[in-house]
Ligand binder design. Sequence first.
Ligand code: F6R
Length: 240
Amino acid sequence: MQVKIFEDHPELSATVAREIQELVQAKPNTILCMASGETPRLTCQLLVQMIRSGKTDISQLHFIGLDEWVGIEPGNSGSCHYFFQHELITPLGLREDQVHLFDGMSTDLQAECKKMDETIDRLGGIDLIVAGIGMNGHIGFNEPGISPDLYSHVAQLDETTLTVGQKYFDSPTRLQEGITLGLKHLLNARKAILIANGKKKAEVIRSAVRETVSNHLPATIMQTHSNGFIMVDKEAASLL
Ligand code: F6R
């Protein structure tokens, strides 16, 4: 794993967006997986601009959503679905068959997990995963204590995730579970980039980079990824 430090969030986001665009140019049938949330929003916006202005062929691209809140409608602006739809799917004009998102409203969440795992297998595996990091060190909804051997699964959300997660919603929202790709997907991805910005992420980034790999802080698993990168701005790197 390598750590890369950038001046600020815009520089970090532009670098990641450019990297995604270059990957898609080199491999038009790229399988891209991304997290939603505050950290990757600018990356998504810059990627849309770059793809449009570079006239990059995205007709064979497949997009996989990293996770979703269970029980939250896709039309709810706090859902991951809403984020992906508004930041990537609609602006890029991705077809339905190119997009693979968890249905957090499904009455059979195990079947959703199985479908996602089978889709990833059928497509030949994830080329690039761009993930964020939670204040508790989660990646996706791989919460502290999670087994690194899991593929897609339903997660009981940790207290920190339940509290911090309210920031995405217009009004107080009952959250309990998430559905997420597992750490095994992260490790199997041909490349994994974890991004973080801002002072508030400095402590958890320090732990992810410096502490012994342990499922108590799921993001430490990045240390074991042979093509893994932690890309942060100066503020998030301030305790390294
Ligand atoms: C969301 C996701 C989460 C976030 C993490 C950081 O799809 O996978 O793990 O990446 O909670 O969220 P932000 O970027 O909002 O600080």
